[in-house]
Structure formats: structure tokens, C-alpha cells
Design a protein around this ligand. Sequence first.
Ligand code: ATP
Length: 245
Amino acid sequence: TPAALLALSNVEVLYSEVILALKGVSLQIPAGGCVALLGANGAGKSTTLKAISGVIDSEDGRVSGGSITFAGQPIHGLDPATVVRSGLVHVMEGRRVLQHMTVEQNLIIGGHMFPSARAMRAALERVYEAIPRLADLRKRTSGYLSGGEQQMLVIGRAIMAQPKLMLIDEPSLGLAPRMTDEVFAVLRKLRAQGLALLIVEQNTRVALEIADYGYVMESGRIVLEGQAQELRDNEDVREFYLGLD
Ligand code: ATP
């Protein structure tokens, strides 16, 4: 295989030195690729994303085995801010926005450090161009946005850093179908601009529509992988692993 943008090889994660939440996870994402990470609650999907971005440390977890490389460099053990600077961002579950701040303040404050005001404006303009809805909402207080709008805001905040890869955890959680479609339309547009994506989703259907490749996890392991198209079409996979009828 050509050098992957992101490669995990036999990654293990230990929480509180006792709970082995990942038991040897290997996966790859090519530059510009879109990969879905699927599986039931507690399978280890969020833990996988946290291990990659380095935020696992703040949850009393650590990568206790294996390796993680991004753009050819080992990144396990780096602090999250360093990982972001290397071009890898993590949009966590739960849409944590600064409620009393405007959309634009959230993009500026919650985002990235810029060398100049001018560089920051340029980053804002790129976000507004990619997600025009945020331009319309720029002066609005973030706490009053709908769930879908808040999801777009946390995506916008992540792309302020001009990443090459975005890890995104449950973007459709709690959203009505129409809003889910809008959020995925944003992800598609970012993809078309060259951003690689690793998407954790309970909504298997939408995830496999956007992804080229999928991995299914169970009890801290990858139990199945394949082209998104194949996973979508395989009856057994649909029934036993993905809960689709
Ligand atoms: P969900 O969709 O429910 O988030 P998931 O597939 O993302 O599921 P994880 O959240 O990664 O699963 O959890 C994997 C396992 O690790 C679970 O058994 C969970 O209880 C455990 N776990 C997660 N976070 C911690 C933590 N901070 N400390 C100890 N155990 C944890």
C-alpha cells in the first residue's frame, strides 16, 4: 500500500492502568480519503479517536502498545495541541461551544493560534466560504443555535487550523434527518476540497454513503473491514454488524 496519511498499527489503550479498551487496532486512511468507524456502544470507537488526537491523556488513558503515525511521523505520546499543529483535528462528541459567545468569537477563540490578525481573518473567510451558513450566523449567540448549526460551528472551528485530517465523533447525534443531511453536505464539501475524514457514526447508513472504506469494531477490536459499497451491499454485514434491515 502507498504511504497512508494516518496509520494505526496494533494500538492498545489502557484506562486507569486496568481497563484495556483497545486490544490491537490497526487501520489506515489515505490522503484525502474518507473512512467510517462503526460498531455498537462501548466498542471503542471514541477511544480510538482519542488515542489518535492525544486527548486520551486527560481521561486517565494511555496508548500502551502499538504505533500511530501521521504524515509519516509517529504521533502517539504527543500533546493534543502539537497534534493539531501537525494538521490533525478532532471534533469531539457533544458540540461543546462557548454558549454566551458569538459564532465568530467561537471560531476565533476556540480555534487555533494565528501569527497575525490578517492570517486569522483569512482563516475565518475560508471557513465562511466552506460553510456559508456560519457566515450568516456569525454575529449570533452560539447557545441559541440549533443542534445542526452547533455541529457546523464545531466543524468550522476545527477547520480554522487548516487540517489535512479531521476525526469526527457522532456528527449526526440527536439531529433530525434534514439537519443530518445538511451536516453531511458540509463534510462532503470539505472532502471535495481535499480534507481526509475519519467518521465515527451510529447512523451507519449516512456514514457508508460518504465513506469509501469502513471498519467495524467490537470489544476493542476491528472485526470487519471493507469498501463502503461492499459493507452496504452485504446482507450479513448489514444485519449482524450494522443493524440495518
Ligand atoms: P460510544 O458510542 O458509546 O461512545 P464507543 O465505541 O465510542 O462507544 P468508547 O467510548 O471508546 O466506545 O468505550 C470503549 C470502552 O472503554 C468501554 O468499555 C468504556 O466503558 C471504556 N471507557 C471509555 N472511557 C473510559 C474512561 N475514561 N475510563 C475508563 N473506561 C472508559
